[in-house]
Write a protein that binds this ligand. Structure first.
Ligand code: GLN
Ligand code: ZN
Length: 760
């Protein structure tokens, strides 16, 4: 009898000790020759294949490995290299490949953007002016390598044509079908060659099918897959979706492919419901993504097995593949290295390697019965029980507060128009008040002092003195520059989430929980595993100290609940909404503590609010409702005269403007300058009647902006926004900038403000 197969949809590139990252960086800095570099990457790549084989995975992905990013690989395969890189055809060299990713002396890098709702960033292909050609069949090369070097019958992974084109730029939406006509024949050729080679399964990734797919797009997808089927009819193509339930299930399930992969973690309910009510074609294989490729937790194997049993009622075992929900790219590599965490937490972690084990165990359970995996199931149940019983999850007052969330203050006592009057009186700010977003340059000196302190080479007291000196220096400087509202500078913070996570209850910090964010850059998000609770003031000391040095107002500076949530790994026994409320209530106590200490201007940053938006439009409202409520829970219980600020670093604003307004922040500062005033334009159509500062210069570049650039920016904004409510500030925090350029830019910003003030 044919059996259930196990499959992995992709494996992290970075390596157990981030050896991939280190190799890339050594190569870029010239410390590693190209040949040696390529050899190192080959070793890492083969090692990862071997490891998946040993874990008992039947369908092992190849071609998911990358030198930087899999979308960039796909672009390179089709010769999609913008003209500025001087490419003349043929396989794209390593030098050109990295020039596209990182820029070189003469050409700027391609744009980078977020991969769906993950924190992974891909390089956006630029199709404009390109005549695509197949430069080399990368999936075939990867397949041959695995077979020849390791005897592994790999499953090539390819970014599907619909997703590839949807993520590319350089054509109008109405030209999609025309552009597809250029690329589909190349895909067809890739598949034909794979078929000739005798490849068994190909995984065609089409995550774009879980977003809002228009009818016209659906028709295009149907035509694309009809053409691909015709090109390689004997090749088994598994159309893989993930990150949400598939849109147009019936039509997608009917495409001429041999298998369909569905996510049974994100969007599970809808996928399951569609599967059960509409059914599944009898000639197809179902890839059941039951192991979550986005979280770091052990799955509940009993529960997952029950789910598979339900699925098996529609699709019998011999047409079932058990897999991760998406590529394991989004989780760290091995939890075995986490030896310094509370035992109940360490025991409940599943990174990529542990997830592979879970997939294999589930497949065995289905094939041989549970007795065959009893030991693994028992261990799993014990680990989950231990985590559930963790004292950090038993904070009764937190649970009670969240259970009665409607009773918590989430509305300011007065409406904005009234607060505006009291605040005007209280603060006596000049027309067009000037301020910054919070951080000042984290110089080598600042970073070094922090490292020494962390290592224990610098005493607690000395470190505090050092931070205070920095604050003092920058308070003086801000006064001298002529800013109206000052900040303490955030010198004590490495990272805006980690800083609060270390001080709040309920967080843990892993040793090896690294995931790729973009290129060689990896991040190690905090883990929210317990109930989040405030224990002691986190920012009061530095802020009060800063305020003691000046008669100008100093803004307190906090990271908002949604940003803390979205930039952490979150426990899976509660909804994200519930965890957001826990964080929000803890931050409300910090806001109170600041207010009591006399800090009555408080900024609560929410740069990650937008990135938490669900992939499907119909789910936006629900998310925005609880996100806005969380912000308000943190910021509402203050005096009318207390001025709440918020900050966001993006300019796509118009489609969520109602929610932004609903935050009811007295002042918001947002990015504008990189979008060349697009945002200003959007205010011609949407009114905004609370305080607002549109960043008047781009902090992402070391360039010092001219006074005139900023005056014209300010004047344009004043045409569409109420001058009485307008603030002047840079785009974002200044921590990545140098000292001299920061001071020069701020001086120019003040001069520009003064010129406009005189003219009005
Ligand atoms: N207050 C933070 C800073 O200035 C805001 C950072 C951000 O928006 N990402 O650094
Ligand atoms: Zn910002």
């Amino acid at each position: 009898m044919s059996q259930v197969k196990s499959s992995s949809l992709g494996y992290p590139r970075i390596g157990e000790n981030r050896e991939w990252k280190k190799a890339l960086e050594a190569f870029w800095s010239g410390k590693l020759e190209e040949a040696a570099f390529l050899k190192q990457l080959e070793t890492i790549r083969l090692n990862h294949l071997q490891l998946q084989k040993q874990a008992g995975i039947d369908l092992i992905p190849v071609n998911d490995f990358s030198y930087y990013d899999h979308i960039l690989d796909t672009a390179a395969m089709f010769g999609v290299v913008p003209e500025r890189f001087g490419y003349t055809g043929g396989p794209v060299s390593v030098t050109t490949y990295y020039a596209m990713a990182r820029g070189n002396k003469t050409a700027s890098a391609s744009e980078m953007t977020k991969w769906f709702n993950t924190n992974y960033h891909y390089i956006v292909p630029e199709l404009k002016g390109i005549t695509p050609a197949l430069t080399e069949n990368r999936p075939l090369i990867a397949y041959r390598e695995a077979k020849e070097k390791l005897g592994i019958e790999g499953k090539p992974v390819i970014v599907g044509p619909y997703t590839f084109l949807k993520l590319s730029k350089g054509y109008a939406a109405s030209e999609l079908a025309t552009v597809a006509a250029q690329y589909v024949p190349l895909y067809a050729q890739v598949l034909r060659e794979l078929e000739q080679e005798g490849v068994q399964w190909v995984q065609m990734d089409e995550p774009a099918l879980v977003t809002d797919v228009s009818d016209a797009d659906l028709a295009l997808v149907q035509s694309i897959y009809a053409q691909l089927h015709e090109a390689a009819p004997k090749l088994k193509l598994l159309l893989q979706t993930y990150f949400e339930s598939v849109q147009h299930y019936a039509a997608i399930a009917a495409l001429p492919v041999q298998g369909l992969g569905l996510d049974f973690t994100a969007g599970a309910e809808k996928n399951l419901q569609q599967l059960e009510s509409i059914g599944f074609p009898q000639d197809k294989v179902l890839g059941a993504g039951v192991i979550d490729g986005r979280n770091i937790w052990r799955a509940d194997l009993q529960e997952r097995k029950a789910l598979l049993a339900r699925i098996a009622k529609v699709v019998p075992n011999d047409r079932l593949i058990v897999s991760s929900s998406c590529s394991l790219l989004h989780v760290p590599v091995s939890a075995a290295l986490e030896t310094a965490l509370p035992a109940e937490l360490a025991g409940a972690l599943a990174y990529a390697n542990e997830k592979l084990e879970e997939i294999a165990v589930l497949a065995t359970a289905l094939n041989e019965g549970e007795a065959a995996v009893k030991e693994a199931f028992d261990r799993n149940a014990a680990a989950l029980a231990a985590l559930a019983a963790s004292p950090s999850r038993g904070r009764a007052s937190v649970h009670a507060a969240v259970a009665s969330i409607d009773a918590q203050p989430s509305e300011r006592k007065a409406v904005f128009a009234e607060r505006q009057v009291s605040q005007k009186e209280r603060w006596q700010l000049p027309f067009l008040p000037t301020t910054t977003i919070g951080s000042f340059p984290q110089t080598a000196e600042v970073r070094q002092a922090r490292q020494q302190w962390r290592r224990g080479d610098l005493g607690e007291e000395q470190y505090r003195v050092f931070i205070k000196e920095q604050i003092q220096h920058w308070i003086k400087l801000q006064e001298e520059i002529g800013l109206d509202v000052l900040v303490h500078g955030e010198f004590e913070r490495t990272d805006m989430v980690e800083f609060f996570g270390e001080k709040l209850e309920g967080f843990a910090f892993t040793k090896n929980g690294w995931v790729q964010s973009y290129g060689s850059r990896c991040v190690k998000p905090p883990v929210i595993y317990g109930d989040v609770q405030f224990s002691k003031p986190m920012t009061v000391e530095e802020t009060v100290y800063a305020q003691s040095l000046t008669s100008k107002p100093v803004k307190g500076m906090l990271t908002g609940p949604i940003t803390i949530l979205n930039w952490s790994f979150v426990r899976s026994d509660l909804t994200r909404e519930q965890v957001a409320y826990q964080i929000a209530l803890a931050l409300a106590e910090e806001v109170k503590a600041l207010e009591e200490a006399g800090i009555e201007m408080i900024q609560v940053d929410e740069p990650a609010l937008r990135e938490g938006l669900p992939l499907k439009r119909e789910d936006w409202e629900q998310y925005l409702n609880w996100a806005v409520l969380s912000f308000r829970l943190s910021t509402s219980d203050v005096k009318d005269t207390t001025q709440i600020h918020t900050h966001m670093c993006y300019c796509e604003f118009h489609d969520i403007i109602d929610s932004i307004r609903a935050l009811d922040a007295d002042v918001i500062s947002i990015e504008t300058s990189r979008s060349h005033g697009e945002l200003i334009h959007s205010f011609e159509e949407h009114t905004y009647e609370l305080g607002i500062g549109l960043g008047v210069y781009d902090i992402h570049s070391p360039r010092v902006p001219e006074v005139e650039e900023m005056t014209s920016m300010i004047k344009r904004a004043l045409n569409v926004l109420e001058p009485e409510l307008f603030w002047i500030n840079p785009d974002c925090g200044l921590k990545t900038r140098g000292v001299d350029e920061t001071v020069a830019s701020l001086r120019n910003m003040i001069q520009a403000t003064e010129q406009v003030r005189e003219q009005l």
